[in-house]
Design a protein around this ligand. Structure first.
Ligand code: HEM
Length: 459
């Protein structure tokens, strides 16, 4: 990790320094609103543990050291609740979701979803995913100016709906869901950074958040009711959730519970995948050499055929491109936990009811872990090179421990299927010299990303 700064902010009673810039009623809202990613990244200069104030009077300890992050996620996990970020997500997901649950409740909810993410299911999904990608690619025309992030959100949602729910959303429903989800996800991002009292003010932003949250839940609720009425039972996840029983009461899951889990997957599995896909297309446009090597591998392994599940282990350069995108452009900027009992973290005693957090985006750009961190370099992940030398906890694309992403293999499979399919017929170009900045709300995503579609001639 980086060394301590020349003049650290004053240490608190517990010996953990507080980041500069906190104000009495606002906490660190101002530096966070100005540039949350830069602010969180700057914390590593103050040591392995740094205090910030999201909610005045209730500090959050940000962990910058890989070994301590891993300790929080893995060793200490059974004794931790999920903390502020997930509390704000719970306002949208309705408090009945695997993402916000902890303890025995989490184990039960995770068990209900797990079967849809088994290896055999994922192998089956590839053809369904590829169909959606092929349909997207077929809708482009040469010279079209694409809002890439928007197109990738639609594609990710289509892949999820086709695989996990064996259904699809019509264009109108998608547009409504997209607009409302974007309002609530931006709202969650703001609510994490701002003191809680701001949520209670009669501001237009709060009214919009409440209206969009109600609209999203109503739309998903209606879709679930319609599918139920149609006797939907295709062996997919939705059918499993409809048949699932509460372990304690034996009662079927309520419509509210099912709606929460469906919404969880829509939120956890589309914003993230869509951002990573967008960044990969952007990086391929910026570096023709990487693009050329990727196409050479696809030519060798696939020839003229479409990609299949069996091809994926043979596409090692593609895997390195995806892994590098998950490093440089990670979608997580503040993953939280909360202590339920006193714990020890490094040389610090941390009392019960303390907020903890870490930032993957900053961790994956730490120059002491990843030399020349801002360079997009898939060769960092070549077998036998840097990867083996990384300390535990330095690279956490899908987290670790009991809350590790349930969709990790699903996501890697859809990222590979989408890139191996889209880039065979299209090359997307950015305006020369234009660079795109990350924007962090509930997740980190590219700011405006317009690209022009060009047909790729293959011989
Ligand atoms: C590139 C894409 C993705 C990334 C980078 C990603 C990342 C993550 C991370 C870091 C966590 C752990 C959060 C924590 O420590 O609390 C997580 C949890 C989760 N993810 Fe993903 N994810 C991705 C795709 C998906 C997909 C496609 C799905 C489902 C279709 C999904 C569903 C979930 C769920 C349900 C959890 C909560 C797991 C639990 O608490 O037991 N994710 N994800």
């Amino acid at each position: 990790m980086s060394t301590a700064p020349a003049s650290p902010a004053p240490a608190s009673a517990a010996g953990i320094p507080t980041a500069p810039g906190s104000l009495p009623l606002l906490g660190h809202a101002i530096p966070l609103l100005r540039d949350n990613l830069a602010f969180i990244a700057s914390l590593r200069d103050h040591g392995p543990l740094v205090r910030i104030h999201l909610q005045p009077g209730r500090p959050t300890i940000v962990i910058n050291d890989p070994a301590l992050i891993r300790r929080m996620l893995v060793d200490l996990a059974p004794g931790l609740d999920k903390g502020r970020f997930f509390e704000k997500m719970g306002q949208v997901l309705g408090g009945d979701s695997v993402v916000t649950a902890a303890g025995a409740d989490h184990v039960r909810k995770r068990r209900q979803l797990q079967p849809a993410f088994r290896h055999a299911e994922i192998a089956r999904y590839v053809d369904l995913m590829r169909e959606q990608v092929t349909r997207t690619a077929a809708s482009w025309t040469p010279g079209a100016n694409l809002d890439v992030r928007e197109v990738m959100v639609k594609l990710s949602l289509d892949m999820l709906a086709a695989t996990v729910f064996a259904s699809s959303l019509d264009e109108q429903a998608f547009l409504r869901l997209r607009r409302d989800l974007s309002v609530v996800m931006n709202g969650v991002g703001a609510r994490v950074m701002l003191p809680d009292w701001v949520e209670k003010l009669p501001l237009p932003a709060n009214r919009r958040f409440n209206a969009s949250r109600a609209a999203v839940r109503a739309l998903i609720g209606e879709a679930v009711t319609d599918l139920r009425a149609s006797g939907h039972d295709t062996g997919d996840m939705l059918s499993m959730l409809m048949r699932a029983e509460d372990e304690e009461t034996g009662a079927p899951l309520t419509a509210h519970q099912i709606c929460s889990e469906v919404l969880t997957l829509a939120v956890a599995g589309t914003e993230t995948t869509a951002s990573v896909l967008s960044w990969i297309l952007y990086e391929l446009a910026r570096d023709p050499e990487i693009d050329k090597r990727l196409q050479a591998e696809l030519d060798t392994v696939l020839g003229d055929r479409p990609v299949t599940f069996e091809d994926l282990p043979n596409l090692s350069y593609l895997r390195n491109v995806i892994t590098e995108a998950l490093r440089l452009h990670h979608t997580g900027w503040l993953v939280t936990r909360r202590t339920l009992t006193p714990i020890r973290l490094g040389d610090q005693e941390i009392p019960a009811d303390t907020e903890l957090a870490y930032c993957q985006h900053a961790l994956h750009r730490d120059p002491s872990l990843f030399p020349d961190p801002l360079r997009f370099d898939p060769d960092r992940w070549l077998e036998g090179t840097r990867k083996a030398a990384l300390p535990d906890g330095a690279f956490l694309p899908f987290g670790a421990g009991k809350h590790k992403c349930i969709g990790d293999h699903f996501a890697m499979t859809e990222l590979a299927t989408a890139i191996a399919t889209l880039t065979r017929s299209w090359r997307l170009e950015t305006e020369p010299g234009r660079s795109v900045r990350p924007v962090a709300r509930a997740t980190v995503r590219p700011g405006a990303l317009m690209m022009t579609a060009g047909r790729r001639g293959r011989d």
